[in-house]
Design a binder for this molecule. Structure first.
Ligand code: HEC
Length: 288
């Protein structure tokens, strides 16, 4: 009997602790999450998605898009970028000479090659990024030196990391991005690109629909499966439908026929268009 009770207690504590860690703690942390105000602005983020986009999430889910696509861009850090916006009294050539005179500063020692290479063939177009550094002190020092001689510059905060470099986002995904996603479609396998920012990358619904009907018509040799059941291939009636896909070559339907998206396909496209992780937030800052 005594052992029976110990086993019960051990199981109870184990399950109870997991429940606290996996259910209670996240609910306490994020359960009350609300829209927030974007960094240095007055807009709220995220906006309530349209009805079509909300229904589109269910189409996304039903078609298991998350089996091949993630919706979570990662970042490894942020860097400060000093970008020139006005040269003041300088001509590009004297300005270059001035910048080279700064190379004696010990704190710039590890940046001189990069700065030198970036200004070598520069003919004076503005804005011109001149220094990228993970060290805010060095960026501030550089900005102060430029300001002292009347050169205008601004400091931008940029997110960095492999996903950002691939163009999958401007910053990392954070909890606020999923405020209205029910259920959240994080995904874990990346057979295709991350879609957390696809609404910014491909804002055109026509192109998204074309991609779903015939991925190869948008990306050469695409390995994405075609989602033909989301479309109807039908005989053109008295006039072609304004929704008909613009397909050419081997992807085009037979003459006299057109490919039109079903309502599900339109919802799905609206959902993809709504995926825009493009607001700077306190927890994910960057300069737009
Ligand atoms: C079997 C894996 C697989 C499935 C399932 C899948 N995709 Fe893809 N998807 C890919 C691959 C691979 C690519 C990259 C090649 C290309 O652009 O066609 C891609 C590309 C895309 C792109 C273009 C991304 C960009 O950066 O331009 C979109 C949009 C997209 N998929 C949406 C979807 C949607 C919506 C679904 C569900 C209806 C879906 N995919 C299902 C594999 C998949």
């Amino acid at each position: 009997m005594k052992t029976g009770f110990s086993v019960f207690l051990a199981v109870f504590v184990t399950i109870g602790a997991s429940w606290c860690g996996l259910v209670l703690a996240p609910a306490l942390q994020l359960g009350g999450a609300k829209q927030e105000t974007i960094l240095n602005g007055t807009d709220t983020y995220p906006l309530q998605p349209t009805g079509a986009a909300t229904l589109g999430l269910q189409v996304y889910r039903a078609n298991a898009c998350a089996a091949c696509h993630t919706e979570q861009a990662c970042q490894t850090g942020v860097v400060c970028e000093i970008s020139l916006t006005g040269l003041g009294v300088y001509q590009p050539a004297d300005f270059k000479a001035f910048v080279r005179s700064l190379f004696v500063l010990p704190e710039l020692a590890s940046y001189t090659n990069a700065i030198g290479a970036s200004i070598n063939n520069w003919s004076g177009e503005l804005p011109k990024p001149i220094l990228i550094t993970a060290d805010k002190k060095i960026a501030t020092e550089m900005a102060d030196r430029l300001k002292a001689v009347g050169v205008k510059s601004e400091m931008n905060i940029l997110a960095t990391g492999p996903d950002i470099a691939r163009g999958w986002g401007i910053r990392q995904s954070v909890a606020a991005d999923y405020l209205y996603a029910q259920p959240v479609q994080l995904g874990s396998l990346r057979a295709g690109p991350d879609l957390s920012n696809i609404g910014v990358r491909v804002p055109d619904a026509g192109l998204l629909l074309k991609h779903l009907f015939a991925p190869g018509s948008v990306t050469k040799d695409s390995t994405m499966p075609a989602f033909r059941h989301l479309f109807e291939v039908r005989k053109i009636g008295s006039a072609p439908s304004p929704d008909a896909l613009n397909l050419t070559g081997k992807f085009a339907p037979p003459t006299g026929y057109e490919v039109v998206p079903t309502t599900d396909a339109k919802y799905l496209a609206a959902y993809l268009q709504s995926l825009k992780a493009n607001a700077p937030l306190v927890e994910a800052p960057f300069t737009p």
